[in-house]
Design a protein around this ligand. Sequence first.
Ligand code: AMP
Length: 452
Amino acid sequence: MQIGRWNHQAAGAASGHSHSSPHESAPRGERSYSARPSRSSEGRGSYQSSSHSGSYSRRPYSGGDRPSFGARRPAKRGMGSFGETEAEIAKFTNKTVVTTEEPVFVPEHKFADFDINAHLKENILAHGYELPTPIQDKAIPHALLGQDVVGLAETGTGKTAAFLIPLIDKVMKQKGERILIMAPTRELAVQIEKELAGFAKGLGFRGMVAVGGANIAPQISSLRHEPAFVIGTPGRLKDLMERRALDLTGFGTVVLDEADRMLDMGFIDDMRLILAKMRKERHTLFFSATMGKEIEKLIGDFLSSPVIISVKTRDTSKNVEQDVVRVPRGVDKFDVLADLLKGRDFTRVLVFGRTKFGVEKLAKALSRLHIHSESIHGNKTHPARMRALDAFKTGKVSVLVATDVAARGLDIPAVSHVINYDLPSTYEDYVHRIGRTGRASNKGIALTFVQG
Ligand code: AMP
């Protein structure tokens, strides 16, 4: 863990031309965090088997051609994927890697030590959090002092509570304080709001989610109530601003969550435009898993002398056993997948595919074999994605097929396996994918299909 101070460079908010993102969309109502019970999940997704047949040929999978596990020979593969060389393939297996135990993290603070609202403290404990995670331990004290913070941390580190806890406290202490949270995907925005709802129970302020994809009207009417927290994706936030439903002049605090992913998704112009419309003297909390040139520039342009906190992340989780599944030439990898998924241990499996179309087709083809599967990808509406996710989380289906973008930031408990059916584009994507399993103290298995 490192803490540093960012050398502030002259701020120059370039307001750029913006566009709407294909990943955007779908409204959620606002939520008032009064003492009433939190809203339950939004309906269940009942799986409908489709009669549409995908192009996965139903060649019977012969035992003699079984895929072997383990790294081997070089081979030429498709362009634009990570895992095209043997050196890269070797990174998909950790069987032979001896990992040394990391020292147990001893936090400097307890939640009880923080000078925060007493009711909020109770809610944190009721949420099951006993001790702060490293990012929380280091970021919360600075955020409570009103300092700008850059948190270099990825999903799974507890970064959400690292910004929510001090900001809820701020809303309790400063009447009328409003907070904008920008996140790259609808799912992440919804997840943040859920965590907020847990911490904010009974505190008497409102929060709402402003994401694209469906009807904007309920979001516009929610905004009329001036909720303390607005959590949204940049495209929809910009849209709401253009419709004059969202006036950012009243917002003194902004969080950019997974800023690097927002950049990857092409939100940079929207992000800059939104930040430029906010008050200059504001409180900014900025989270990113990586620190590239563009991220540095954003920080330089929009943050004021931030404290930089880097939570050392291992390349891959030691809780995840990684291996490759060799699919010999002539064998259809769909058959290999179907065969694997019939295994008893494959209780909750996240399968990654490269394209929205391929992901949809794969889930349907699996379901036709009675391996009940759902899919999430950018072509689905927000409610359909939430239903699919809910069906997976509640065990209604055991397989969720996803694209990288749709699965980003999702926190799904007890994923037994991550299967990289299609190779990831980059090693970073690989690390994100396999990070969906082996969470908390659970063990997980990540298998990567390698053909040829
Ligand atoms: P995040 O990185 O914010 O997506 O959080 C990852 C997971 O860690 C979520 O399931 C959180 O509920 C959980 N979590 C975050 N902070 C704590 C904490 N202090 N104690 C226990 N669990 C936590």
